[in-house]
Ligand binder design. Structure first.
Ligand code: NAP
Ligand code: 8YV
Length: 318
């Protein structure tokens, strides 16, 4: 019996390719000169798609996949996939929640530590010979005992709060709804930003969070404040953030995600008070293996009995 056809958007690990290849005939968008043109001819035979949070599924691809059954996203964030359009076509969308909570939380804490303890400046102090030439590096700030505001106290937000506990932090949070937790809840983001030393963004991307960290929130955080973003670049008004960092209205920023990544504004790259990472929140061998396994497991499960393991909330009842 011939294997069902899978359209692979973006990359996949060797292990994923091996497991997928055993069950599906894989068609790699990345190896096609013109994927839309290829789909115009072959799209009707594709029943499964594997993609990732960054590439998602372009509307032009969706339109050319009339017999699609499931989209499996390698990542928990799925703002690059139009889940309503998928649902309307009877296509179930899956993602990879929970398996990356600890890793992304580590990345957030690492960025915060790097900002507070000036990791990059002090590394450069040693490498440049400044230590020998100028003496001890200037003092930094302690990360202990800080009040930290978490924007988006979901799965990863809670993991960040847990990882910060040994630093004797006071955790507060803002999200759309109050959670059943002991931390103080703010229904207003700017108000929370005014009361905290550091603000950590870990909401989904998409229209409801677009630039919610705006000039008002940034100015509320203030010259002694630290902004950490491990959510999506779209969540922070990047232009307002850069201006605030340049003018000393915001102290520091630790960023894993950017508005137009992998393009990062030159003005941001030049700033000394930022730590920049190339969207590597979940990017360890161990965590990517777990994400890859769940991405494939969802597809194999659907192939077996039409159910999936971890649907996105919008598709939970399909
Ligand atoms: P989750 O469990 O669904 O948590 C999301 C949180 O955001 C919830 O507390 C939610 O609470 C809040 N939220 C949603 N919309 C909001 C809004 N408009 N205003 C304020 N709060 C809002 O998701 P998760 O698994 O923790 O993942 C969160 C996100 O992290 C992903 O969607 C992805 O974008 C990002 N991420 C980044 C990386 C990376 O590599 N940097 C890796 C993994 C994930 P309410 O519903 O009450 O508002
Ligand atoms: C991935 C992420 O880098 O899970 C997410 O939402 O942002 C990251 O874990 C992304 O999905 C691309 O694979």
């Amino acid at each position: 019996m011939s294997k069902p056809d899978l359209f692979l958007i973006g990359g996949a690990t060797e292990v994923m390719l091996e497991r997928l290849g055993a069950a599906f005939t894989i068609h790699k968008a990345k190896e096609m000169d013109d994927p839309v043109a290829w789909l115009a001819t072959h799209g009707d035979k594709i029943t499964y798609v594997a993609t990732n949070g960054h590439d998602g599924v372009k509307p032009a691809y969706m339109a050319a996949l009339p017999n699609l059954k499931a989209i499996s996203c390698y990542g928990v964030g799925y703002d690059a996939i139009d889940t309503n359009a998928a649902r309307a076509k009877g296509v179930v969308v899956t993602h990879t929640p929970n398996v990356l909570n600890a890793e992304v939380a580590t990345t957030a804490v690492m960025l915060m530590m790097a900002c507070y303890r000036e990791l990059l400046r002090d590394d450069a102090w040693v490498r440049s010979g400044d230590w020998e030439a100028k003496g001890n590096a200037p003092l930094t700030r302690s990360m202990d005992g800080q009040t930290v505001g978490i924007l988006g106290l979901g799965r990863i937000g809670q993991a960040i709060a847990d990882k910060l506990a040994p630093f004797d932090t006071t955790i507060v949070y803002h999200s759309r709804s109050k959670k059943d937790v002991a931390y103080r809840y703010y229904d207003n983001l700017a108000e929370m930003a005014r009361d905290v030393d550091a603000l950590i963004c870990i909401t989904p991307g998409g229209p409801s969070t677009n630039k919610i960290v705006n000039r008002e929130a940034i100015d509320s955080l203030g010259p002694q404040g630290t902004l950490i973003n491990v959510s999506r670049g779209s969540v922070v008004d990047e232009t307002a953030m850069i201006a605030a960092l340049q003018e000393g209205r915001l102290g520091w920023a630790g960023l894993d995600v950017f508005e137009a990544e992998p393009k990062v504004p030159e003005a941001l790259r030049k700033l000394p008070n930022v730590v920049l990472l190339p969207h590597v929140g979940s990017a360890t061998v161990e965590t990517r293996a777990a994400m890859g396994a769940l991405t494939v497991d969802n597809l194999l499960q659907h192939l077996k009995d039409g159910t999936v393991l971890t649907p996105v909330p919008e598709c939970a009842d399909m």
